[in-house]
Design a protein around this ligand. Sequence first.
Ligand code: GDP
Ligand code: MG
Length: 440
Amino acid sequence: SLSSRLQMAMRRLTGRGILTEKDIDEMMREVRLSLLEADVNFKVVKQFIANIKEQAVGEKILKGLNPGQQVVKIVHDELKRVMGEDAEGINYASSGITTIMTIGLQGSGKTTAIGKLGVYIRKTEKKNVMFIAADVYRPAAIEQLVTIGKQVGIEVYEEGLKDARDIVTNGLKYAKENKYNCVIIDTAGRLHIDEKMMSELVDVKAIANPNEILLTVDAMTGQDAANIAKSFHEQLNATGAILTKLDGDTRGGAALSIKEVSGIPIKFASSGEHMDTFELFHPERMASRILGMGDVLTLIEKATDAIDEDEAKSMMDKLMSDSFNYNDLLKQFKMIKRMGSMSKILGFMPGMGKIKDAASKIDDKQFDKMSVLITSMTEKERKDPSLIDKSSKRRERVAKGSGMSVQDLNRLRSALDQQKKMMKQMMNMDEKQLDSMSKN
Ligand code: GDP
Ligand code: MG
């Protein structure tokens, strides 16, 4: 798999500090081979490699990651990018009936996906869903939809093997009369794309004027799926793809090729015969899956954490010493802002649950205000907080310079004190006390 190939190449790079062009070439050879093996469209592979190389060359090595691991991270991010944004789901009609037309080759999993989509919409949107059976060339196709409808408790409108256009017209009328607000239309697929099928679909589209045209593509067909998607898209302008049979595919060729080759965004992932194996498509999850990578992912997470952890630790050392000053406080604000909340820093300390929760609620604006105050101090004042403490003239000057009040400055002063006090207290506590604190 892509992952094992990369791991091998990584091992050779382990321990080196920088990525050379040659290292990257070697890694890229592995990436290229494994993507082609995964049945990804060759144009997509080419572009993919070019993008990664561009990012990898000259990239500064992240602390905690060796060069090989870093390339894996870049590959992972690029995989994600190629597959597109997080799926948005269905674009519902603002009023009246939301009509969804499905298209796709015979056997691509259309009818099965309709059942799942119906269940999904009923569950997430509480809509009143109805199906229309307009795959009129095989009695078995209609029976199958009726069976699924019964199974999930969704009504199926059908007229047997009549003209699909009439069935859709009548079905939509029936839905309106019976207060349905979401209709999903099953249509005919062939084993291959042909003119007759396409012109029927074009007519159905004109009649139904659907909010969504969803194309089912069989993930097991690899990059063929992408070419099929392209042909459908050219004539029908699909609004999204449902990637089916993902339970049978571990390679990801289809997922990686569809959007780049056809332009259709993947909206849903369908992965099994059970009606609840259906979800919004998440590029992130798919990227991880393609890299085969529980372990690779945790590794990346760890490395990203390590960067923060190092800084947090040196901050802790500072806090515990008496020399903690305004420069440190400023650094701390910046760090906190970057991490989104203070919870991460406090997370490194034992038994800090309660404080952690409180800290995560601290307002960003407060940090900004206090940061401006600190930057209005002289370097000497920042390093030695007692200068500010001793002189009201200094306090007035700093407040004025920052456009804030002396009261604001006093708040900042007590923030600094509080940090120091908190640290002192913690140093004097034993494990038991810390434990009981976190339980309160
Ligand atoms: P349609 O011809 O496009 O309507 O495709 P169907 O819904 O009839 O599916 C064709 C075959 O693929 C059936 O045997 C389904 O049970 C099977 N199938 C559909 N979706 C999935 C899936 O997500 N995973 C698996 N393993 N099989 C599926
Ligand atoms: Mg079918």
